[in-house]
Design a protein around this ligand. Structure first.
Ligand code: NAD
Length: 480
C-alpha cells in the first residue's frame, strides 16, 4: 500500500502526527493507499520552508525558472502513461481521458507558463517633459494553492505553474479525494532539481489542512478552485486580513441549441458537454435548452447517444464512462436523481446505478442520466449536481432562452450552437458567463481569461491574468 507523503523543503515526509487517511479507488470501492493526514503543524513547516526559499527563488532569473518548469513538463510527458493510470485509479475517470486530456494538459500548463514568464513585458507610462512611470511586478512571497478532485493534476498545475513562474514560493494542497498525482509530481520536482522549499505539497482534509493554509498569516494570497460554499468560507477568513484571493467556484452551465445548428455534430458535442468525465467538470453543460422546432428530433437523437455510452472499468479502453469519484459524491448524485423525479422530471435514460462484472462490481458507477419536463427554476435546474445528470428543455425565442440561461446563481461557462453568426455574437454578449463557447466546448487557449461571474467565482486565471494575480504591481514615478 503506497503512502502518500507531504513534500516539504524538498523532502517526502509523513504528517508530524503520523495520522493517515484512507485513499479509495472509486472503480472498486476499496482502499488502495493512505494519505498523510496533515494539520496546522505540517502547514507551518511548509510555510517556513517556503519563506526560507523565497529570497533566492525571487532572484532566480526568469530563464532559470522557465528551464525548471519546462523540465517538469518534459517529465510529465515522459511519464504520461504511468500518470494517466494513477489518475484514473485515483479518480475513477477513464484512463484514455487521463492519457489524452488530464496529463498532457498538466504538462502544457507548466510549459505554457515557462514560456509566458519569459515573454511578459512590464508597462511604462511617459508624461512628456514631466516624468516617466514604470511598473514593477514583484512576486507576492508565499502563496497557497488549493485544488479540487475532478481534474486533479490538471487543475493543481494550473495554479502552481504561474505562481512559481512569477517567482513565488508555494504551499499547495490537492484534494484529499485524489492526492496521488500531486504526490507523483513531488517526485518529479525532486528529480528535476527544483530548489528545496520552492514548492511544498501538504496533503489532508480541507477543514484541517486546507483551513490552516487559508488562515496562515504568512501566506499572502490564496488561489482556490472548488465548491462555492467552500469559497465563501475561505473568503470569510481571507477578506478581513486583506489576503489576495482568486476563487474558481461551481457552475450550472447552460447549453443553448438553436434550430439552425448543424444537428448531427451538435448532438455529439452536446453529449460530450454534458457527460465528459461523468459530468464532473466544472464547465460541463448540465442544462440543455433546445429550440422547439427541433426539440423532439434533437431529444430523441441525444437520448439514443447517451443510452449507448458504455459505463464500466475506467482501465478498459472500451468504456466511455468511468466511476463517480467517491461514495459521498455517488450518494449525492443519486439523491439528485430522486429529487428530479419528485420534481416531475421524465426520465429519458439512465437514472440508476451500474454494477459491472468482475473487479469493479463494488465500484461507484451511475448510468448517464437525462431528464425532460423540468421547470427552469426547479432545484434540479438550479443546483450544481456535478455528476452524469442533465436536463433538456424546449424554448421558443432567443430572449426566453437567454433568460433561462442567466436564471441561476452561477455564471461559469455556456455553450451556444447556431450557424447564424449574428445570433452567435448577440447571445454570447447577453449571457452572464465568464466563458462562452460557440459551436464548440472545452476548446482551451491558455492565453485566454478563465473564470466565472456571480457565484462561480472572483478573479480570472489563465495567461497574463494568472501572472498578474501572483504578483504585486508597484509603480515607480521618476520626475524628469
Ligand atoms: P471542495 O470545495 O469540497 O474542495 C476543494 C478543495 O478545497 C479541496 O482540496 C478541499 O480539501 C479544500 N477545502 C475544503 N474545505 C476547505 C476549507 N475549509 N478550507 C480550505 N480548503 C478547503 O470542492 P470539490 O468537491 O473538491 O470540487 C468540486 C467543486 O469544484 C464543484 O463545485 C466544481 O464546480 C468546482 N470546480 C470549479 C472549477 C472552476 O474552475 N471554476 C474547476 C473545477 C471544479
Amino acid at each position: 500500500m503506497t503512502d502518500i507523503l507531504n513534500y516539504i523543503n524538498g523532502e517526502l515526509l509523513p504528517a508530524q502526527s503520523n495520522d493517515w487517511l484512507d485513499n479509495y479507488e472509486p472503480a472498486t470501492g476499496e482502499v488502495y493507499s493512505r494519505i498523510a493526514d496533515s494539520d496546522a503543524a505540517d502547514v507551518e513547516l511548509a510555510v517556513q520552508a517556503a519563506r526560507a526559499a523565497f529570497p533566492a527563488w525571487k532572484r532566480t532569473s526568469v530563464d532559470e525558472r522557465a528551464r525548471l518548469l519546462s523540465a517538469i513538463a518534459d517529465k510529465l510527458e515522459h511519464w504520461n502513461e504511468a500518470l494517466a493510470e494513477a489518475e484514473s485509479m485515483d479518480n475513477g475517470k477513464p484512463v484514455w481521458l487521463a492519457r489524452t486530456v488530464d496529463i498532457p494538459r498538466a504538462a502544457h500548463n507548466f510549459r505554457f507558463f515557462a514560456h509566458a514568464i519569459t515573454q511578459w513585458p512590464s508597462e511604462s507610462h511617459a508624461m512628456p517633459d514631466v516624468a516617466i512611470n514604470y511598473t514593477l511586478r514583484d512576486p507576492i512571497g508565499v502563496v497557497g494553492c488549493i485544488s479540487p478532485w475532478n481534474l486533479p493534476l490538471y487543475l493543481f498545475s494550473w495554479k502552481i505553474a504561474p505562481a512559481l513562474a512569477a517567482g513565488n514560493c508555494v504551499v499547495a494542497k490537492p484534494s484529499e479525494v485524489t492526492p496521488m498525482t500531486a504526490f507523483l509530481l513531488a517526485n518529479i520536482c525532486r528529480e528535476v532539481g527544483l530548489p528545496a522549499g520552492v514548492l511544498n505539497i501538504v496533503h489532508g482534509l480541507g477543514s484541517k489542512c486546507g483551513n490552516a493554509i487559508v488562515s496562515h498569516p504568512q501566506i499572502k494570497a490564496i488561489s482556490f478552485t472548488g465548491g462555492t460554499k467552500t469559497g465563501e468560507h475561505i473568503a470569510r477568513i481571507a477578506a478581513p486580513v486583506f489576503k489576495k484571493l482568486s476563487l474558481e467556484l461551481g457552475g450550472k452551465n447552460p447549453t443553448v441549441v438553436f434550430a439552425d445548428c448543424d444537428l448531427d455534430q451538435t448532438v455529439n458535442e452536446v453529449m460530450r458537454t454534458a457527460f465528459s468525465n461523468q459530468g464532473q467538470i466544472c464547465l460541463c453543460g448540465s442544462r440543455i435548452y433546445v429550440e422547439r422546432s427541433i426539440y423532439d428530433k434533437f431529444r430523441d437523437a441525444l437520448t439514443a447517444k447517451v443510452k449507448a455510452l458504455k459505463v464500466g472499468d475506467p482501465m478498459d479502453a472500451g468504456n466511455q464512462q468511468g466511476a463517480i469519484v467517491s461514495k459521498l459524491h455517488f450518494d449525492k448524485v443519486l439523491s439528485y436523481i430522486e429529487l428530479a423525479k419528485q420534481e416531475g422530471g421524465r426520465l429519458l435514460t439512465g437514472g440508476h446505478t451500474v454494477k459491472p462484472e468482475g473487479r469493479c462490481q463494488n465500484g461507484w458507477f451511475i448510468a448517464p442520466t437525462l431528464f425532460e419536463n423540468l421547470a427552469p427554476d426547479c432545484r434540479t435546474n438550479q443546483e450544481e449536481i456535478f455528476g452524469p445528470v442533465a436536463t433538456i428543455t424546449p424554448f421558443d425565442s432567443e430572449d426566453e432562452v437567454v433568460g433561462y440561461a442567466n436564471g441561476t446563481a452561477y455564471g461559469l461557462a455556456a455553450s451556444v450552437w447556431t450557424t447564424d453568426l449574428k445570433r452567435a455574437h448577440r447571445v454570447a454578449a447577453a449571457l452572464e458567463s465568464g466563458i462562452v463557447w460557440v459551436n464548440c466546448w472545452l476548446l482551451r487557449d491558455l492565453r485566454t481569461p478563465f473564470g466565472g461571474v456571480k457565484q462561480s467565482g472572483v478573479g480570472r486565471e489563465g495567461g497574463v491574468e494568472a501572472l498578474r494575480f501572483f504578483t504585486e504591481a508597484k509603480n515607480v514615478c521618476i520626475k524628469l
